[in-house]
Ligand binder design. Structure first.
Ligand SMILES: [Zn+2]
Length: 215
């Protein structure tokens, strides 16, 4: 009789240790996941107050909504289930649906720093305005090169945009198309501040708030 009790106690102790390890393991995993999720949120909101929201209402008059004939925001910035196949991916932009052929307008006065038509982004333009870089994907047309340089050509849309060209705010720089990897006509709009991607929706919201505020 006396020999049974210690064995049982030992068994009980082993189960407690196992449970504790399982609990600790699960806690650690959730802590890591929580860290990954919140870290991204913190980065975006950190950029907003210091670099963006300190700008005056007058400053925000310099911006234009990037597309005509807005229909809907079809995919937000951040983690999402991959539209192609399984798994998740980080969506580095905001998808703005508009009928195919709708004109895209330059968000902020700046210089065309890059043109491309051979990636998932399709026919695309990147414009730099100080610390900002704004990227427009899936446009109609293609990139051409001649002895004058490189340009985006969308003839039926009357668009010809040269690399290096200075573009005022609100200028038509292209049209909504289906180039690159896309399942429907939309503008994929990417925004970088000081070379870091940020959520374009935060910026559009701030711009709208400031533009409609009384000065
Ligand atoms: Zn997109």
């Amino acid at each position: 009789m006396s020999g049974v009790f210690p064995r049982q106690r030992h068994k009980k102790h082993k189960t407690t240790v196992k449970r504790f390890l399982l609990f600790a393991g699960l806690s650690l995993i959730s802590l890591i996941l929580w860290g990954v999720i919140t870290q991204h949120r913190v980065t975006a909101s950190e950029v907003m107050p210091t670099q963006i929201t300190t700008n005056t209402n007058t400053y925000w008059q310099g911006g234009s909504f990037p597309v005509e004939n807005f229909q809907a925001y079809t995919s937000p910035y951040g983690y999402r289930r991959s539209p192609r196949g399984s798994g998740t991916e980080f969506h580095r932009g905001l998808d703005i649906a508009a009928p195919e052929g709708s004109y895209i307008r330059n968000w902020w006065a700046g210089q065309v720093v890059s043109l491309s038509d051979n990636t998932a982004c399709g026919t695309s333009i990147t414009i730099q305005s100080g610390e900002w870089k704004h990227i427009y994907c899936h446009l109609k047309g293609h990139v051409e090169t001649d002895n004058q340089g490189m340009y985006l050509s969308d003839r039926s849309g009357g668009i010809q945009i040269w690399k290096g060209q200075q573009i005022p705010t609100g200028t038509r720089i292209g049209r909504v198309g289906m180039t690159g990897r896309t399942t429907g006509p939309h503008l994929h709009w990417g925004l970088k501040y000081a070379d870091k991607y940020i959520d374009p929706a935060l910026v559009l919201r701030e711009m709208y708030r400031r533009q409609t505020a009384s000065n």
